[in-house]
Design a protein. Sequence first.
Length: 334
Amino acid sequence: MDNIDLQVMRQIAQWHADGHGVVMATITRTWGSAPRPPGSIVAIRDDGLITGSVSGGCIEDDLIDKARQGVLAEGKPRVVRYGIDADAAHRFGLPCGGLIELVLEPLQAASMLPALLERLQQGQRVRRVLTLATGAVALEPGTDTDELALTDTTLATHHGPRWRLVLIGAGQMTQYLAQMARSLDYEVIVCDPREEYAETFGIEGATVTRTMPDDLLVELKPDGHTAVIALTHDPKLDDLALMEALASPAFYVGAIGSRANQAKRRERLKEHFGMTDAQLDRLHGPVGLKNGARTPPEIAISILAELTGVRYGYRIDAPVPVRGQALVEAGCVV
C-alpha cells in the first residue's frame, strides 16, 4: 500500500469515527491508460466529500452518485465497471475500449478498518478479505505475493510494506538512499555493525541494526520483494551480505564500487565462497544506472532508478555519451 492510499484510509477511519457514512472504492482491474493501479482506493463521504482518486476525475462524479444513492442505502458491497465498450469509454473520458473496475464498499464495524490501521502502524503486511455478500472482513497475515484477487464472492487485497530494501553500511550514501527509498514506500533496514557509523545514523522510518550482515540476511530470508545493496567498501561486510543475498530470491542485489573492484569482488566470491557464475551474474555492480551521477544524492537517485526498472521488469541499456564531459568517469570509483 502506498502512502497515498494509507492517507486515504486514515481519513476514512476519521470520517467513520465522526459518525459519517463512508464508501471505500477499490480499483480491482484496469485496461488501457489508468492513473492509478489496481488496489488503489478512493473514499466518498455521505455528503459527497471525496478523498483520493481512481481516474484523475473522469468517473468520480458518477462514483459519488452511486455511493450516496445506492451503496450506502443497500449496506453491502457492489462491483461497478466503467468503459467496457467504446461508447462508455468515451462518456467517461477513458481510452477507447479501456476499463476501470471497482468494488464499492460501505464502511461498517465489520469492515475492521481500525484493526487494519493498527497492524499497519506496527509495520505488518496484512491480507484483507472482504465478503461481497455481507461486507464482513477477515484480516490475515500477508503472503509472499501481493496480488489483488476478486472472485464472485470475495475481494482479497494486501496492505502494508510490499517492498523491502536492506542497505549494508550506514555512511553518507546510505543517508540519502534510505531517505529517498522511504518516500518510495520501501521498508528500509540499515545494517552496520560498526559503532562509529550505526550510532550516528538517523532517518525517520528506517530500522538500524548492528547485526553482522550475513546473520541479518539469514534471519530476514530475502524474498522476491527484497532488494539488498552493499555500500561499505569493506569486503568483510559487503561480501558476507552479497553471499547470502545472491543465493536468495531477492529481486535486486547490488554493490557500490568501480568496475575494477567489482571484478575483484566477483573473483573473491567465486574462489572463497563457492558462488556460481549464474549467481554472480545477478549482481548489479557498479550499482545504479550510468547517468553521470557524481555526488551521493545523485548516485542515490541512479540506484533507485535502476531498482525501479528491475522491480517492474525493465532492462535499461547503457546510455550513449553525447557530450565530452559524459566520457569522464562518474560515480564511486574507489
